[in-house]
Design a protein around this ligand. Structure first.
Ligand code: ADP
Length: 394
């Protein structure tokens, strides 16, 4: 264990993920999850050396109770001396935060103000930050924003085709999310091909429960598929992705409430909605093998849309060093990657079947043949980016 470990906190509305990351080796020394906050079943579980423990949380402010328990665990496990900072994943940094930032009263107030743009995420992030400041008063605290990497997008990429006063008045524009992941894998990809990142260009494809594509030109984000909210772009586990806005007007006229519409688009669409079976890619593939029609359609809609986004981002770049697959699906799912590569054959892409089979469970590698442009699989590591940013900014 080095003396540069960081407690990384990812605080959601009803959950809080945490990990102690060694910023030098990249190892997670200890990680866990508080979940079902706000309910009588609230609990916290953690893993050390492969052993898992779970405890229930008492009634009260569960973000605070979870952080207090983490303080106790850090002490019991002897990590106190080696933790030098607390790093918080914050979903929305708006236009103000273009990079990771040390948290002070002004920064915290600004994160809370951005709740207008991320009503589900930023208040929960702020709750975790407040609890951590109280629990670790002597440690510096940093915010790492999901949107920050995309702040280099040019106006033509982030401006919507709508009345521009909506941008000026309300900040309606494309922000993009998953920035920390696209940042990490594009750097790792540049290392893999031995090219300086400021001369390397990639299309980064993060496919997890949430999914997005990002065009990275000379190391910088120039376009990405998530938008004003994380609902835009690709079809996801339960999110619809891009949809004709006219559908919303139509459903409103049919008597659907705003809540019902947005609940459907966020939680009952995507893999789950199209298949009628599950939001989980593995479940979709299993059902498809048994000939389930909905699951087969969900697989087709998903892969086709990913391929369309990849193809469209060719125009954002002057040259392309590689397409990167990452996220739970991108890192593991051979059939989904195979189908996407197949759609890209017009550009000369050819799958190396053996390499595609091998790249899973944390194994990185190039999965195309030698006479094909490059596609690679790179496991993402957002926690490591957060830990390293904290140590760098300390
Ligand atoms: P999140 O976006 O919540 O971080 P992940 O990146 O962990 O999610 O991705 C979760 C998705 O990855 C799920 O749809 C899951 O089925 C899929 N996945 C994980 N492992 C595999 C695997 N071995 N094969 C296919 N899909 C997988």
């Amino acid at each position: 264990m080095s003396n540069s470990c960081v407690l990384v906190v990812n605080s959601g509305s009803s959950s809080l993920k945490f990990a102690v990351i060694d910023s030098v080796s990249g190892d997670a020394l200890f990680s866990g999850l508080g979940e079902r906050f706000g309910s009588p079943q609230a609990c916290i579980s953690w893993k050390v050396n492969g052993n898992k423990t779970e405890e229930s949380l008492a009634e009260g402010n569960h973000h605070q109770l979870a952080i207090q328990r983490i303080v106790g665990l850090v002490d019991e496990l002897g990590f106190n001396e080696s933790i030098v900072a607390v790093g918080h994943r914050v979903v929305h940094g708006g236009e103000r935060f273009t990079s990771s930032t040390r948290i002070d009263d002004d920064v915290l107030a600004e994160i809370e103000k951005l709740a207008d743009l991320a009503p589900l995420h930023n208040p929960a992030g702020a709750k975790g930050i407040r609890a951590a400041i109280e629990a670790f008063p002597s440690l510096p605290q940093f915010a790492v924003f999901d949107t920050a990497f995309h702040q280099t997008m040019p106006k033509k990429a982030f401006t919507g085709g709508i009345d521009n006063s909506l941008y000026k008045e309300y900040g309606i524009r494309r922000y993009g999310f998953h920035g920390t992941s696209h940042f990490y894998v594009s750097r790792a990809a540049a290392q893999m091909i031995d090219k300086p990142i400021d001369q390397a260009s990639f299309i980064s494809v993060h496919l997890g429960n949430g999914a997005s594509v990002c065009a990275v030109k000379d190391g910088q984000s120039v376009d990405t598929s998530m938008g004003f909210t994380p609902l835009a772009g690709l079809m996801m586990g339960t999110r619809s992705g891009d949809l004709d806005p006219g559908v919303i007007e139509f459903l409103l006229k049919k008597g659907w409430s705003q809540d019902k519409i947005f609940d459907t688009l966020n939680k009952k669409s995507g893999f789950l909605g199209v298949s009628g079976v599950t939001s989980d890619a593995r479940g979709i593939l299993e059902a498809m093998e048994q000939g389930h029609e909905g699951a087969t359609l969900a697989f087709q809609v998903f892969t086709y849309r990913v391929a369309k986004y990849i193809a469209s981002y060719m125009v954002s770049l002057d040259q392309l060093d590689g397409i990167i697959f990452t996220g739970g699906i991108g890192e593991n799912s051979l059939p989904i990657r195979r189908e996407i590569i197949n759609y890209l054959k017009i550009f000369g892409y050819k799958e190396d079947a053996a390499a595609n089979e091998k790249a899973r469970l944390g194994e990185e590698g190039v999965i195309t043949t030698e006479d094909s442009p490059v596609i690679m699989v790179i496991p993402t590591n957002e926690e490591l980016v957060i830990a390293q940013d904290c140590v760098r900014l300390q």
